[in-house]
Design a protein around this ligand. Sequence first.
Ligand code: PEP
Ligand code: CO
Length: 437
Amino acid sequence: MADTPLRQHQIDYPDSAALQDVLAVLKGFPPLVFPGEVDELRTRLVAVSEGRAFILQGGDCVERFSDCTAERITDKIKILLQMSVVLTHAARMPVLRIGRIAGQYFKPRSQEFEQIQGRRVLTYRGDPVHRFDPRGDNRTPDPRRLLEGYFHAAATHNYIRAMIAGGFADLHHPLAWDLTSMEGTPQWQEYRHVVDRILEAISFMESFGGLNQESLGNIDFYTSHEALHLPWEEAMTRRDPATGNLYNLAAHTVWLGARTNGVDEGHVDYLRQIANPLGIKVGPEMTADHLAALLRLLDPQRTPGRITLITRLGADRVHTRLPELLRVTREEGNPVIWSCDPMHGNTVATTGGRKTRTFTAILQELEHTFGVHRVAGSIVNGVHFELTGDEVTECTGGAVPLGEADLDRNYESWCDPRLNYTQSMEMAFLLGKLLRE
Ligand code: PEP
Ligand code: CO
């Protein structure tokens, strides 16, 4: 009998019979997305791999059940839509929006346990595992919470679909662009000018019917999350009777995290078997051989649109690590999409012990990544951010500068720090400049 591959960062459920019961129920629930939608995303990703479209992927580090409200979902879709319009305008090509949303619930953690008020408790792994509040036995994994995870993900998917079908994409309404927080900053005039030109372009196209309400309403939006909690991913994986292929139908695309990428391990073994487009996070420890092995396992047919390599090297390691990764990928011949996650390699702790990221380091990782690609004759096809549509205070810097002292004011994330609305819009303007160059 073949050995079962090692599964890293999984949850040890004390009641395994209860887990099996829950998984049986989950397997009977309808999927959250449809195989045809996954295939449609792959077709769009072919255009991305050929440099004819660009990816904007973003959302929370970890979604909480309490984020499943109309307002929070709206804010997140709105920021992604607005950023995508800025990027489309700058790059003169379609931008594919992929949310870290409607199922981005499970987290790998560097420490399995943490000490809170003198008690040793499991580190928070996500709302479908246990409660964040560490009191009592709240952090004991409870498999019934997976069912709540399903319903929260389903409600989020449903609301996103309803908003889009209902014509939420009302981007030409100037009120929807709330940049007042940037007023008075040195960058303000420049950004205002970009927005005015975009609004002008939209109304010009509308004036001769090139862009009517219908086509504005007809935007596409895809969902994604890290494929981490394998019992969940497997329960949501179904065989498509039409093609015989297996699909993860909890999201359109899922990615392999940087901590679970062992070639002989369970996550790679699972992802190998599904037909969804896959992301692979590529950290500074990834060797050329490791990347080549992953590409052979996960994309043996070298299919355009199958693999998005999401580099997250850290601003100061892009020059030393990226050239070799570009070289080995070219040698392997996989037609990959190159995306850049400028967040996860740039996390630092404040003196007070809060996790944060500086706007400067995030922007620098993007600039260095564009630069190294240019020298190598390659292109950046997308970006991957942790961001939110709310004015949180989690990352420092930006045009309306936040300092470390501001972080306590509205630090909401239960995991990594996100760009807030203003920082995200500014990042889109600056990224737009990089794309134009
Ligand atoms: C994440 O995207 O939230 C994450 C954990 O990233 P990485 O695997 O790249 O560290
Ligand atoms: Co994160």
